[in-house]
Ligand binder design. Structure first.
Ligand SMILES: CC(C)(COP(=O)(O)OP(=O)(O)OC[C@H]1O[C@@H](n2cnc3c(N)ncnc32)[C@H](O)[C@@H]1OP(=O)(O)O)[C@@H](O)C(=O)NCCC(=O)NCCS
Length: 229
């Protein structure tokens, strides 16, 4: 199996990825992630995704998004083709997309919202900790992505303080919460370039004492849906 940083070569899989995201969301009943072909295609061609394939067949996918001007990164849209599930594929994809996020945005916090036990386990192994929602990006555009979830009313009733998803956050040891430093990728990848690094990302002591970051400015990138990561 090949697990690669995305490039234009992977655009041939975009319809299948979008369809499986939609079908899986319906089966789970957790909301429908409305990600357009255009949005996913841009992620793929910009090298902001990880794609797993085997003998030319699509196996799995995940992409990265930035929020609050790069202070936060989310690894979104994790999906594994049903016939390849329960074999460790998601674990490998998440490891790769997490590494890509850390390489591109070394000082950004990495976060996810999920109802899935598999994702909670994987995130936990990567050093994420469960947190309350106020520790996440307060970027309005991120939260408006929850509108496509069936539980959006609950989120609003709870004044966006919590909902059915578990919030998980990785705080890098060098996190500075400095918007100016974080607003652009530190490292640009060529198509098909695969990071060979195998750094261990330990969670810093005291990461439970996170500072509240409020930033309601919109990111200039086009964003679609959150759903679970
Ligand atoms: C969730 C999903 C990505 C997992 O992919 P996968 O390749 O089967 O996951 P892995 O084999 O890497 O499993 C990772 C861990 O989660 C566990 N796991 C996998 N599926 C699970 C499930 N449905 N329920 C509970 N645990 C699960 C595995 O046992 C493994 O745990 P371990 O490390 O303790 O052995 C895949 O089932 C999927 O695409 N589902 C539909 C979309 C989705 O739910 N995306 C995530 C949104 S939260």
């Amino acid at each position: 199996m090949e697990i690669e940083i995305s490039s234009c070569e992977h655009l041939m899989y975009v319809s299948e990825i979008q369809q499986e995201m939609y079908d899986s969301a319906q089966r789970r009943g957790t909301g429908i992630a409305k990600r357009s072909i255009e949005y996913l295609s841009k992620k793929i061609s910009d090298g902001n995704a990880v794609v797993a394939t085997e003998n030319g067949e699509w196996v799995g996918f995940c992409y990265i998004e930035t929020w609050s001007h790069g202070q936060f990164v989310a690894n979104s849209g994790l999906i594994v083709s049903p016939k390849y599930r329960n074999g460790g594929v998601a674990t490998q994809i998440k490891q790769r997309v997490f590494q890509l996020s850390r390489d591109k945005y070394p000082t950004a916090k990495v976060f996810g919202l999920t109802t899935g036990l598999a994702v909670m386990k994987i995130n936990s192994d990567l050093g994420y900790k469960p947190v309350i929602y106020s520790e996440l990006t307060q970027d309005e555009e991120f939260w408006s992505g929850c509108k496509s979830c069936v539980n959006y009313d609950i989120l609003m009733q709870k004044e966006r303080k919590n909902c059915l998803c578990t919030a998980m956050l990785f705080v890098p040891p060098n996190n500075t919460i400095n918007e100016a430093e974080n607003c652009s990728p530190q490292k640009e990848y060529n198509n098909n370039e695969v990071s060979q690094k195998n750094e261990v990302h330990s969670t810093p002591k005291g990461s439970g004492e996170l500072r509240l970051t409020i930033n309601n400015k919109k990111n200039s990138d086009e964003k679609e849906s959150n759903l679970s990561v």
